[in-house]
Design a protein around this ligand. Sequence first.
Ligand SMILES: [Zn+2]
Length: 269
Amino acid sequence: MKKTVQIPKEIFETCPGCNKILLKKELFENNKICPKCGYIFRLTAWERIELLVDKNSFKELYRNYTSKNILGFPEYDAKLKESKEKSKLNEACVCGICTIDNIKTILVVLDFNFLGGSMGSVVGEKVTLCFEKATKLKVPIVIVSASGGARMQEGIMSLMQMAKTSAACAKFKKTGLPYISILTDPTTGGVTASFAMLGDIIIAETKALIGFAGPRVIEQTIKQKLPEGFQSAEFLLEHGFVDMVVERKDMKRILGLVLHHCLRNRNFL
Ligand SMILES: [Zn+2]
């Protein structure tokens, strides 16, 4: 009889890029990038926070905000419950105050594991509160996006968040303080169409998918074939939509440099 070997999930992970079995410890030491083929695994909000902030400096804000099924959308309650259990988060974004390269900063990180990082009323509210908090404390804000866009279960309440977060962003910009937007895989839909593209500096992570609508919808609308890789971070850099494409291992260092540069340039330092 053939013996099957059970691979414990806590220790190993299979790479979707090369199908090789990786030691989780090694994968994490390499910032969740496959050491064999370079496949970039998505980060959870907390992994991203750990990657970016000065050690032990992060203090979470608005943690208990949680969504309600305001429209009575079928199965939304069950989906929320499942997402909470799976992601161990209350909502699709984690925000807080921290220091990055010794600069006090408000940080918002979206998590794709929670209903595709979609922007419902609570995500919109938390982003808005963070812009207001940064204004009040006179500190910069960094938002790391990973989102499928609007939250369809909240209908127009979700769409309204685009206008609300954009207005909060515009108000914050009057202070002259920097807003740095980091686009990670994937940043699409209503998040791209609002605060994610409004950063003073827009940084994209290597190979991230960034767009508004999916390629099939665009092809059907404009009735044209789309160029190869047209929604990749690199393509967007070439066409002037983002300011820089940064590898994950360099993200913290570059973010620190950008923050220092912006603050010095605008006479805050
Ligand atoms: Zn691989």
